[in-house]
Design a protein around this ligand. Sequence first.
Ligand code: R1P
Ligand code: URA
Length: 313
Amino acid sequence: MAPILLNCAGKEDEDYIKPQLHVKNPHLDSMEEDILYHFSLGTKTHNLPEMFGDVKFVCVGGSGNRMRAFAKFMHQELGLPGNTDEITDICEGTDRYSMYKVGPVLSISHGMGVPSISIMLHEMIKLLHHAGCHDVNLFRLGTSGGVGISPGTVVITDKAVDCFFRPQFEQVILGKVIIRSTELDADLAEELSQYASEMPELPTVIGKTMCTSDFYEGQGRLDGALCSFSTEEKVEYLRKAYNAGVRNIEMESTVFAAMCHMCNLKAAVVCVTLLNRFDGDQISTPHEVLTEYQQRPQNLVAHFIKKRLGLIV
Ligand SMILES: O=P(O)(O)O[C@H]1O[C@H](CO)[C@@H](O)[C@H]1O
Ligand SMILES: O=c1cc[nH]c(=O)[nH]1
């Protein structure tokens, strides 16, 4: 027998049988209007089902320019009609985030760090809910610092861990610390890894990704405005991280994994490494090389999307 799914108020609801996405907020049902303030969208001002109802893939990354480039790239990869110059920012009414839609792909920027991505995720998940989307896969396409691996390697995250290497995300709510699991979809990671093995130009590993709340001291860098530890202490911490299975460090994966997991969304984190942190802290790689590195997670996820859409076998 098919499982009976309940809506966010705990009631049985036919419409909830189809979508796997569950917002976990009983208050939403009684709101007359929902304003997605940071997207400059709303349930009364926009027809969200018409605008977004066909979305199947949501790709997010830190920078607006990267996510615009990804939207243009996907437009070409999917062979969609029209000129890529016509792809405009859906959130142009605000400069907080950028959002582009090409066919079933939504490409959104999230800024840097947990607070910035978490605001975006709240509004993006509600957007998918209001639009009645189902069977959606989410990807974070990011950059990161490598731990013991060569620059340019793509890391597919099997577990997002905090700076104590724990697979959890701590959220303070009403003065209490709430711990959420950072489980990611194992099948999605496995499928990505399978496709990566078909792309020899794409060095890829599966490993743990450590999420920190800071780029400098939080990631054990010696080159910030503040630093209270020695080179040896830095290396010891990175070695501990490596031994715990950490292969890269970035700043959003735990909350991304936790929120997607809570809302029953299948999600993956795919980040390229810009440097090997055992070799240094400064990102001195030439701009063109960095641009090519940033394209690597996009190539892998584009390949995944085309496979899923049956555009390649
Ligand atoms: O390249 P993005 O997606 O921004 O991700 C990484 O780069 C930023 C730091 O430079 C952090 O946001 C980190 O998570
Ligand atoms: O070292 C790095 C590089 C990119 N992003 C990070 O968070 N850390």
